[in-house]
Design a protein around this ligand. Structure first.
Ligand SMILES: [Zn+2]
Length: 441
């Protein structure tokens, strides 16, 4: 991604810099609350925390070995099972409690706290975007690793295991329980099915961290929601000349699209739509019996997303009535299928979870930034009002979601240290700090 400086402005003593990321902005300056600063100075100077942080640096090579091993187990969408079973074994071997696979296919285990803190879920997604048969063998060249899925999200999965090892090596006692999870269904039509199941089945989770890909310094805390539909108009069909007078599926579709094209959506929160594909008809001289479209709608606000969806569905249904009325018929019908549903949501940029990861990035001498809203596993908890962030696991990545995906492991341990410290701040360290997460939502 190329970045270009747009400009800067001063507000009081704070200087904000904005970088262009596509058409949106990333914020690279931020003020930490005194309470958070204080918590992190105590966390950073605790002897067992220092031990954990040093362990992570020394453990770097092990994390890379596991990242490669995990990458080489194919995990196409809806076919994460083999990788999940392998991951379950790794979680068990690290001594986590209650290690299990749920009905959806998520695997997780718990590191219990003292019982006086909030429960935090830390997850990385098991699925890749790559279909069965993709060559996932990792190749190394000039210090970089090449393989589909080597960063997204083999990195996150390996980072979680490295963090558990650091806990084991340091013996830190946390106040809150930490659940480490490899979850299914993050990519594409997986539609967040993994986190949907986790938050449906576990109402006691008070915070969520998704570790996804490399770039640890990029903090996602806002959720772009999306609803996707496949709409199919169906009519009787017939000869264009001899059956003239029957309603047409392509004409009904055209009526709908003409009105969709005129929809107006807010700029803020950014709300978008497009009819991505259309298909249908039988031949040039046939009244179309079937015609369909795929529609994608997105928004950074859940209310705006639902408003857009309501208008869209009204247009889709009205097109049936209009096409039938035109030919005095009742033969045109429509099938409406929701094929994607990711909720939108936002939280305060000064929420403790954002503060905690920022403080942890600073403590590990990185340059954090708050990035534009995205669609990640954090969408689901954010939409429920549960504090959540998505961060990278360290190192660099490129050509993500393509067969030439690469990962550069230089200094990648910084991402593991950052996540480790973030977790400690959120759940609280026994005898050192109170949890930064609320105990109740
Ligand atoms: Zn990912």
């Amino acid at each position: 991604m190329t970045m270009k400086i747009l400009g800067s402005m001063e507000i009081g003593i704070l200087v904000f810099f904005f970088f262009a990321l596509g058409t949106t902005l990333a914020q690279t300056s931020y003020t930490l609350a005194p309470g958070v600063k204080d918590a992190y100075s105590r966390i950073s100077s605790a002897a067992d925390v220092k031990k954990g942080v040093e362990f992570i640096k020394a453990d770097h090579a092990n994390t890379i070995v596991e990242q490669r091993q995990i990458c080489e187990i194919p995990a196409p969408p809806f076919k994460e099972r083999v990788r999940a079973e392998d991951y379950l074994k790794r979680l068990t071997a690290l001594g986590l409690k209650d290690v299990q696979m749920d009905k959806e296919g998520n695997v997780f285990g718990v590191r219990p706290g003292t019982g006086k803190g909030p429960k935090l879920l830390v997850a990385a997604h098991l699925d890749t975007v790559f279909p069965e048969g993709t060559d996932v063998k990792v190749r190394e060249k000039d210090g970089k690793l090449y393989a589909p899925g080597i960063a997204d999200d083999s990195r996150g999965l390996a980072v979680l295991l490295g963090i558990v090892r650091a806990f084991n090596a340091s013996g830190i006692k946390t106040k809150g329980d930490i659940v480490f999870c490899g979850n299914v269904g993050e990519e594409g039509l997986g539609d967040l099915r993994g986190v949907k199941a986790l938050f449906r089945d576990h109402k006691d989770i008070k915070g969520f961290i998704s570790i996804d890909g490399a770039h640890a310094e990029e903090i996602t805390f806002l959720a772009t929601g999306s609803h996707r539909y496949e709409i199919t108009y169906k009519g009787p069909g017939g000869h264009s000349y001899s059956a003239f007078g029957l309603p047409s599926a392509t004409h009904a579709l055209g009526r709908a699209i003409a009105k969709i094209a005129e929809l107006k959506t807010p700029e803020n929160p950014k709300t978008t739509f497009t009819v991505g594909t259309v298909r249908g008809g039988t031949s040039i001289n046939s009244i179309a019996a079937e015609a369909s479209m795929q529609m994608d709608m997105r928004s950074n606000g859940e209310k705006e997303l639902l408003e857009l969806e309501a208008k869209f569905l009204e247009i889709v249904k009205n097109a049936v009535a209009e096409e039938n009325a035109r030919w005095n018929s009742d033969k045109m019908t429509v099938q409406i299928k929701l094929v994607g549903d990711r909720p939108a949501g936002s939280q305060d940029q000064d929420a403790n979870i954002v503060q905690a990861v920022w403080a942890s990035a600073v403590a590990t001498r990185q340059k954090p930034m708050l990035v534009e809203p995205k669609s990640t596993d954090s969408n689901l908890p954010i939409s429920l009002g549960i504090p959540a962030i998505t961060i990278g696991g360290g190192g660099k990545e490129g050509n993500t979601h393509s067969p030439s995906e690469w990962y550069d492991p230089a200094d990648a341990h910084l991402g593991v240290q950052q996540a480790f410290l973030t977790i400690l701040g959120l759940v609280g360290v026994d005898g050192v700090t109170e949890p930064l997460l609320p105990k109740k939502n």
